[in-house]
Structures are given as structure tokens and as C-alpha cells.
Design a binder for this molecule. Structure first.
Ligand SMILES: [Zn+2]
Length: 477
């Protein structure tokens, strides 16, 4: 038998001048002889590949290239699939990796000038575009699940594999600083509190320290410098579960957002992403039993109240953050790293707190077919059921429809209250909240939530036809 040389990614073959095309990814995976399944068929007809590696108890889903021009996660994921069986065979006895290296295939193939598609990115010269084949941002689609890609993730990842840990790999621009990669745990305060605390306060700080010591990579919480009143702060992004990592958190799963910094050379970004993912996998393997217990406990947790409004908040201690030093000699080409840095002490706004909660009901009656279908696609259980006794209907006190469309919708902000009465309900699909996905059910069905089915307009009537939301709650006794 001739010795097989391991395949090289297009990035490696071209000295990091180019990134892998869709056909390169498929050829690479075929050369690895890994079984390829289809996660989804994209709007433009491409089969989104999914591969599984390892035979451990702890399942980890690695998703790369959700934004077409953010390409280092794709390259790093391919390299890890190739390298790990030789370099870390023990790891693959503890973990099963489910990997989608090219989630947004259509976006990856919308080739254009890097300068245009991602203006502050140091290579490659030619890259794809952020949106998917239908022009949707896949990292805003987790709740409404309108894209074939997210529908595929719900079916094949969450409803089938149900991974304990989800990694979502990106590139970031924004505030210019001295870090190589920034990260985030799940941010929504309705996430399982023990899962959230473990990822944010234990796993990520350990990985940060390890990579600084072993590889000299500088890592920090995802953020940008923003003003909060009179103060300059380091602030994270949103709490909404429309984002991949927040969504996984709301399902009671561990998740980590990885954002390599765009003004570093492409090769550096691939390397730091590779090392970051590997360090997370190693730490997760060490804590495998603990993580499996966290996830089992999250499935059993039931809460009596959950948040509907949130506010960003700071962690206890400010940190010294390396920011680009302004001045006449500062770098003017934003595709290149800062020339000089200065340390600035900033409060770190890395979390959200709940400012208003609603009671979690015994369950919701849903009559709207499209919403029932959406709930089922998320893996939420329900049944046809009739009920006699106390019910609650939502009385809207304020309804604010966004003037600008977002992802093809005008988001609606509802304020109101649930009014209790006695009734007999003989129709509708009843969704009990006494099930593992309690927080997700609450998020989708409580109309005041800003990422709910109601907020996305999924209950909307034809124009000119005003009716109450086709939604009834059954209160807890
Ligand atoms: Zn991104």
C-alpha cells in the first residue's frame, strides 16, 4: 500500500493566500475518509456537509463559516479533523465531535474582493459574503428558523445529537485592540445558571490563561469600547437567543462564541482559532463527567419566573485592556494591526441581568399552525388537549412595530399583561412548560420577549385585521 499523504487545505497549499472553496472542503473531507452526512440543502442547492469524529460520551458541535467571509474557522476545523486522530487520539475517546466546517456554503461561494466584503480584514484577498443564499444573516435566525441551514441544525444537531457543548467560529472587527481572539459564553440570563457560570467563570478563564502561558495568545471577552453615560466601558453584544451561542445556552447547553480578530494576518487567525478550539476540547474532555452532569441537571431545572427584559451589566473587577494608541503615527490601514498599544483600565460589561420577569405558566395553548410547526422543529413537545378552569389571555397595552425591517421582518415589541378568567378550551396544541426546554418555550411564547414568535410577527394577521394573539396560558396552580 502506498503511503497516503494527509490532505492539505487550500489555505495551507497557497501559503494562506486563499481560503477553501466549497468543492475543496468536500474533497478534503473525502480524502480524510470521514463519513459525510448532509446537514441541509442550501437555498442555492449545495449540500451542507456534516462529519462526525471520535467515540466519546461528550458530544461537541463545532460550526464554522456561518458568515461567509469569516473563513478561519472553516480552515481550522478542517485541520483539526485531519490532525486530531494522530495528535490527540485520547481526546477522541472522551469526545464525539460533530463538525460543520462550512455552514454557510452559499455565502462562502459569493466570491468578491476581501476589501469590499470585509473591509478591515487582513486577507485572504478573495472571500465570500456574510449572508446566506437568501440574503439572511444565519446568526440571527436561531429562534425563527427560516433558513434551510438552521432547520437542518434543529433536525440533525439539536433533535438528534443534542451536543453538550456548541462552538460557533467567527471573525470580528470593531474596536482596535491588542488581542488575538475574543470569546463569549451564552449571555441570556434565562440560560441555565449553573451552565452559564461554568462556561463564563471557569472554563473560559482557564482556557484564556492556558493559551497565554503556552502559546502567548492574548484572549479576552468579546467586546467593544462603548460609552455608558460618562463612563468608557468594554461592552459585549446582545442577550437575544437569535444568536447561535445564546440559543444553545437557552437550551441548557454549554456554548462558546469564538471571534478571531480581523486585522491579524489570515494565517495567524487560523492558528489562534485552531489553538482555542483545541484547548476548549481538552478542558471539556477533562471535565467530561462534570459537563454531562451539568447538562442533565439543566434538563431537570424548572423555574417559576423567567426574564422578559434585560440590561447589560459589569463583572466585579475592571481590567486593564490593551487599546490602540491614538495619535498621528497610528495605523491608518484598518486591515493591519495597531502599531502601538496603551493599557486602559475599563469596567468589563460581559453579562446581562434581568430587569423584569414574568411568571412561568403551566403551559401555553397555541392554535396558530405556523407557530406549532416552529415549536416542533425546535424539539418542543406538546399535545392536543382540552382544559376547563383558569386560563390567561394576553391583553396588549403597547405594541410598537419597528419602522425598519430586520431580516425580512418588522420586529414588534409587546407590553401587556395576562388576565385570568375561567373558561373551557377545547382546541389548540398544549405546550406544557414542565419539560427540558422550559426556558426556550417561555422565550418563544411569552409575547413580551423581544425574540419571541410574537415579536417576529409570526402571529400576525392580514393587514387591517386586528385580533388578539392566538395564545392562551394556563397558570400554575
Ligand atoms: Zn460573524
Amino acid at each position: 500500500m502506498p503511503l497516503q499523504t494527509p490532505p492539505q487545505t487550500r489555505a495551507e497549499r497557497t501559503g494562506y493566500a486563499e481560503t477553501s472553496h466549497y468543492d475543496d472542503v468536500i474533497a478534503f473531507l473525502e480524502a480524510l475518509k470521514l463519513p459525510i452526512t448532509v446537514l441541509a440543502t442550501s437555498d442555492q442547492g449545495r449540500k451542507v456537509p456534516l462529519v462526525t469524529l471520535g467515540k466519546g460520551k461528550l458530544k461537541v458541535y463545532i460550526q464554522a463559516n456561518i458568515h461567509g467571509g469569516e473563513v478561519e474557522g472553516k480552515e481550522a476545523a478542517l485541520m483539526l479533523l485531519r490532525d486530531l486522530p494522530k495528535s490527540h487520539p485520547k481526546l477522541l475517546e472522551k469526545l464525539t465531535l460533530v463538525v460543520c466546517p462550512i455552514y454557510n456554503c452559499d455565502g462562502n461561494e459569493k466570491w468578491g474582493e476581501g476589501k469590499r466584503n470585509r473591509g478591515s480584514q487582513d486577507g485572504p484577498e478573495v472571500i465570500g459574503e456574510r449572508a446566506n443564499g437568501a440574503g439572511l444573516d444565519l446568526n440571527r435566525d436561531c429562534m425563527k428558523a427560516e433558513s434551510p441551514e438552521m432547520r437542518g441544525v434543529l433536525e440533525h444537531i439539536y433533535r438528534k445529537h443534542d451536543p453538550a457543548l456548541v462552538l460557533d467560529l467567527h471573525t470580528t472587527n470593531g474596536t482596535r485592540h491588542g488581542y488575538h481572539l475574543t470569546y463569549s459564553p451564552p449571555l441570556n440570563p434565562n440560560s441555565d445558571p449553573a451552565v452559564l457560570a461554568y462556561v463564563r467563570d471557569s472554563l473560559l478563564p482557564i482556557v484564556r490563561k492556558r493559551l497565554e502561558k503556552e502559546k502567548s495568545w492574548k484572549l479576552f471577552d468579546y467586546g467593544n469600547v462603548e460609552r455608558r453615560g460618562m463612563e468608557r466601558v468594554w461592552a459585549t453584544f446582545g442577550d437575544e437567543p437569535r444568536y447561535v451561542t445564546n440559543y444553545a445556552g437557552l437550551r441548557g447547553r454549554l456554548s462558546i462564541l469564538s471571534e478571531a480578530v480581523s486585522f491579524l494576518p489570515f494565517e495567524t487567525r487560523v492558528k489562534v482559532t485552531y489553538d482555542f478550539v483545541l484547548a476548549i476540547l481538552e478542558e471539556a474532555a477533562k471535565d467530561s463527567e462534570k459537563i454531562q452532569q451539568l447538562v442533565r441537571d439543566a434538563d431537570k431545572r424548572r423555574r417559576t419566573e423567567l426574564g422578559v427584559r434585560f440590561e447589560m451589566a459589569a463583572r466585579a473587577t475592571p481590567e486593564s485592556v490593551p487599546l490602540e494608541k491614538p495619535g498621528p503615527d497610528a495605523e491608518t490601514d484598518h486591515r493591519k494591526a495597531p502599531k502601538e498599544l496603551e493599557q486602559v483600565t475599563l469596567p468589563v460589561w460581559d453579562r446581562f441581568k434581568t430587569t423584569r420577569s414574568n411568571k412561568v405558566p403551566k403551559g401555553y395553548f397555541v392554535t396558530h399552525g405556523k407557530v406549532i410547526e416552529l415549536l416542533k422543529s425546535h424539539g418542543i413537545q406538546g399535545q392536543d388537549y382540552s382544559h376547563k378552569g383558569s386560563i390567561e389571555t394576553f391583553v396588549v397595552s403597547q405594541k410598537q412595530v419597528s419602522r425598519t425591517p430586520f431580516q425580512g421582518h418588522r420586529l414588534i415589541q409587546f407590553e401587556g399583561s395576562w388576565i385570568e378568567k375561567e373558561a373551557l378550551v377545547t382546541f389548540g396544541w398544549f405546550v406544557p412548560t414542565d419539560q427540558p426546554l422550559q426556558a426556550l418555550i417561555f422565550q418563544l411564547l411569552e409575547p413580551e420577549n423581544l425574540d419571541s414568535a410574537a415579536a417576529w410577527g409570526l402571529f400576525e394577521n392580514p393587514p387591517g385585521f386586528e385580533a388578539p394573539l392566538p395564545l392562551i396560558r394556563v397558570p400554575q396552580k
